[in-house]
Write a protein that binds this ligand. Structure first.
Ligand SMILES: Cc1ncc(COP(=O)(O)O)c(C=O)c1O
Length: 423
């Protein structure tokens, strides 16, 4: 359930009319509902009540500091994948002992930053990263707490680009080879082995791949035990899917119950890295219709709705062919039409929806692109020199801009014309 609902034919976010926000903020903008963010965080976290666990929100899915700060207040930690995300998480008030660091390509500088901050765990993804981390920690005179991200070779049955737990994916260490790496790490002076982690993909709509991975992890932890290595943290990653269209993902409670059942005999702190399931349906993107046009002459007449948000603002449709429901902010009568909703970017791949039946819309109408809270703004770019959209949060009857629309000056910040061109 989310707090984007129609009242008398007008879309509201909690108790604020979306059109009123558009009037004040301009378009396009991302809009988040605080009540929905709260609700979804708690729906996930409370599933593990009574179990020792940390819900480390996947910062990559939605990284605005206001949202991170909200989760920090609800007791959440952070799953980060870059120095920039570490900076954001700390800035938002997330304690370092609730921060875990994933990712295949951590630089030396980033490892140093994580060590300085005193984060809970580095999820190490290769032998070379282990060597580097041990060296950097030794130079700093500290010990690095680690988990290895193991790749359990499980098919998450999701989109190929967001499947991460197969042997052919770049992530993690093959589970068959990982024991020897643990033994190697255990003997290192500046590394302390604490956990095991895995993340098999995103937008999973089935429970079975999670269970398959979990069973492999359990057997793996037992093998480590045989080698005298005990594990304090088991990190099961993120990945629970959401409804964009007609998917039927498991409810977070169902996911939690399945994990509870499987893990009842293990004594470890559980870590989760959910992103999409918490923020996906807690945010929308609002855009204004600029033009409508029809191209005749092809096999069939094609209708386009050109809006002021493009693939630079929300890239998921172009990148993955992802579906986002598109709804008018103010409901209108009129015959529906099958249209492509396209942006202003000079790419044929710049679309938000293809062959979609929409109620008749006109220039100046507002459209809400639903389920845009996850991997929406965080994947936005400045392509075509388009300033990035504003972000707004609603709380009951009030709203605040949580990120200003980018200015033209910001577009060229850091750029300069070299002196030699002036000669
Ligand atoms: C390591 C890791 N953890 C957590 C996540 C979050 O996944 P989701 O947003 O599907 O919960 C991802 C996303 O791909 C990831 O790569």
């Amino acid at each position: 359930m989310n707090h984007f609902q129609y009242k008398n034919g007008e879309l509201f976010c909690e108790d604020v009319a979306v059109a009123d926000i558009a009037k004040e903020v301009g378009t396009p903008f991302y809009l988040y509902s605080r009540a929905t963010l709260n609700r979804h965080f708690q729906a996930f976290d409370s599933g593990f009540e009574g179990l020792d666990h940390i819900t480390c929100f996947a910062v990559k899915s939605c990284s605005n500091v206001a949202i991170l700060s909200l989760f920090a207040r609800l007791g959440g930690g952070a799953d980060i994948v870059s120095g920039g995300e570490l900076f954001r998480a700390l800035h938002a008030g997330i304690g370092p002992k609730k921060i875990i660091y994933s990712g295949v390509g951590k630089t030396e500088e980033e490892l140093r930053y994580g060590l300085e901050a005193g984060i809970l765990l580095f999820n190490v993804e290769s032998e070379q990263e282990l060597q580097r981390l041990n060296r950097v920690a030794s130079e700093m005179g500290v010990t690095a707490p680690i988990s290895f991200r193991v790749n359990p070779d499980v098919d998450a049955k999701t989109h190929a680009y967001i499947s991460t737990g197969l042997a052919k994916n770049k992530f993690g260490i093959p589970i068959q080879e990982a024991v020897e790496l643990y033994v190697q790490a255990d003997a290192m002076e500046h590394v302390e082995v604490r956990g095991v982690s895995c993340h098999i993909g995103s937008q999973l709509t089935l429970i079975s791949p999670f269970i398959e991975a979990l069973r492999k992890i359990k057997a793996f932890v037992a093998r480590l035990g045989d080698r005298g290595i005990s594990i304090q943290y088991i990190d099961l990653g993120g990945g629970v899917g959401i409804i964009y269209d007609d998917e039927e993902p498991p409810h977070p409670k169902e996911y939690a119950d399945a994990i509870r059942e499987e893990l009842s005999d293990l004594k470890a702190t559980l870590i989760f890295e959910p992103g999409r399931v918490i923020v996906g349906n807690a945010g929308i993107m609002v855009t204004e219709v600029q033009y409508t046009k029809s191209n005749r002459g092809g096999e069939k007449e094609k209708h386009f709705v050109v809006v002021d948000a493009g693939m630079n603002d929300l890239t998921r449709p172009s990148l993955y062919g992802a579906f986002h429901a598109i709804q008018p902010v103010v409901e209108a009568d009129g015959d529906p039409l099958v249209v492509d909703v396209v942006g202003p970017i000079c790419e044929t791949g710049d679309f938000l929806a293809k062959d979609r039946e929409l109620p008749a819309v006109q220039q100046g109408d507002l459209l809400a692109v639903m389920s845009a809270g996850a991997y929406g703004f965080t994947m936005a770019s400045n392509y075509n020199s388009r300033p990035r959209a504003a972000e707004v949060m609603v709380d009951g009857e009030q709203f605040e801009i949580i990120r200003e629309r980018e200015s033209m000056e910001a577009l060229i910040r850091g750029e300069k014309i070299p002196g030699f061109l002036e000669k």
